[in-house]
Design a protein around this ligand. Structure first.
Ligand SMILES: Cc1ncc(COP(=O)(O)O)c(C=O)c1O
Length: 429
């Protein structure tokens, strides 16, 4: 095969692949090529083995390389690979998946809008919210409140809502009816709703545990309080469970841990464990009612691959594995063991705290002096851990750990040791 000038195949050559969130100047000739994977292990093209302590991008909850998914996908591909579900078209895997996901949801009479990922789902939920209010005769309810430090994907609306400034800089205009409030401060949400006027606010969106913003669990009582405030002011509460769902917090949607019944839940990632791309929005029966119970109100929104039959079949097989292997209960056990192991790192001078303990996701916060001394330190720590055979993720000011839910807790001491060694190598003069 001919490649453009100067480009060759393989790790040594210049790449044509534009990587997300990457400095392509640095990466173009220096990619880390993942060649294959098996359960919690991934292998590079030289056959070197790495412990996947991040489940790729927080999604590979059942572990890599499961034949059950490959077989379900192959069977579906040979029967019906995909067909649009726009209008009255449907297919059996998409219907069955929607039914199953609605059944897992804590809301009454839930309906499920399928998408291709998390960003799709956030944009869909916000468009449902605004359309819902139009149908209620309240078209002025267009403002959406999110939180400082939140991540809601990189689509237009999600970018505008996101609370990580570096991701939003330059794009504020893409969804101007958005504002952010401090995390873990219910009074701040109330004050913002009052400032705007409740009759202008469509929705509040929050991740149960903030993920990409640095793994920040909710303060005791916070999520219950913001849910109550939303109810009081008639603001729709959207739980963004893209990371928190499908076992990451030990329940289907994460929110069950606090007894929450959001108006909508966005999900993706763990619903297929990433074997194929799929996401969606679960809407409560009340939110769906103006669309489902009234004639002549088509929701003019949807992605080509919504209800993709093979992606839905992959999700069904993934959920079968989660149920058969009790991965939700397993996660509840792992979360404490992971947090306990990582807490040892608080003894290191370069570490200010270890966050976690709610769900199988944790972050090791790096001391501000260390970050100020060397702004590239997180990348160096990530590489130092990778050289030692463990994949962790650099996140703003911390290192994140979120392994597959199939991991044995024996490995937690090893992950901790590798991070400690990386900290010694990179931060100790
Ligand atoms: C909470 C949350 N919402 C939305 C998204 C966006 O999902 P995607 O990257 O599939 O578009 C992510 C991705 O990490 C996420 O963590």
């Amino acid at each position: 095969m001919r490649l453009p000038d100067g480009q060759t195949k393989g790790a040594q050559g210049d790449t044509a692949l534009w990587h997300p969130f990457a400095d392509m100047h640095a990466v173009r000739r220096d990619e880390f090529i993942v060649d294959r994977a098996d359960d919690v292990w991934v292998y590079d093209t030289e056959g070197r083995r790495y412990l996947d302590a991040t489940a790729s991008l927080w999604y590979c909850n059942i572990g890599h390389g499961r034949r059950e998914i490959a077989e379900a996908v192959a069977a579906q591909l040979t029967r019906l690979e995909a067909y649009s579900v726009f209008g009255d078209y449907s297919n059996t895997p998409a219907r069955e998946l929607a039914h199953r996901l609605a059944g897992y949801a804590p809301m009454a009479d839930a309906k499920v809008f399928l998408t291709s990922g998390g960003g799709d789902s956030v944009d869909t939920a916000v468009k449902i919210a605004l359309t819902y209010w139009r149908h209620q005769g309240r078209p002025e309810r267009t403002h959406v409140i999110s939180r400082v430090g939140s991540y809601h994907g990189m689509h237009g609306i999600g970018t505008g809502l996101g609370g990580i400034d570096a991701n939003r800089n330059g794009f504020d205009g893409v969804f101007p009816t958005a504002s952010r409030v401090a995390n873990n401060d219910a009074a701040a949400l109330r004050a913002e709703i009052e400032r705007l006027g409740a009759d202008r606010v469509a929705a509040f969106i929050a991740e149960p545990v903030i993920g990409a913003g640095g793994v920040v669990p909710p303060a005791p009582g916070y999520l219950e309080a913001v849910a109550g405030i939303c109810e009081q002011y008639g603001v729709l509460f959207v739980a963004d469970a893209v990371i928190c769902g499908f076992g990451r917090l030990g329940t289907w949607y994460g929110v069950e841990r606090w007894g929450l019944r959001p108006d909508m839940i966005t999900f993706a990632k763990g619903v297929t464990s990433g074997y194929l791309p799929l996401g969606g929005v679960v809407a409560s029966g009340d939110v769906a009612a103006p669309f489902w119970d009234e004639p002549g109100r088509p929701f003019r929104h949807g992605q080509t691959y919504a209800g993709h039959a093979t992606c839905a079949a992959a999700a069904m097989a993934n959920l079968d594995i989660m149920e058969a292997e009790n991965l939700l209960d397993r996660a509840l056990k792992l979360e404490t063991e992971l947090h306990t192991a990582l807490l040892e790192l608080t003894g290191h001078d370069a570490v200010t705290e270890v966050r976690g303990g709610i769900g199988v996701l944790s972050a090791v916060e790096i001391h501000p002096d260390v970050l100020a001394r060397d702004p590239g330190v997180l990348g160096k720590l990530h590489l130092a851990a990778r050289r030692r055979g463990v994949l962790i993720r650099p996140l703003i000011t911390s290192l994140a750990i979120s392994p597959p839910l199939t991991i044995s807790s024996e490995y937690f001491a090893h992950i901790t040791e590798v991070i400690a060694d990386a900290l010694d190598e990179v931060t100790v003069p």
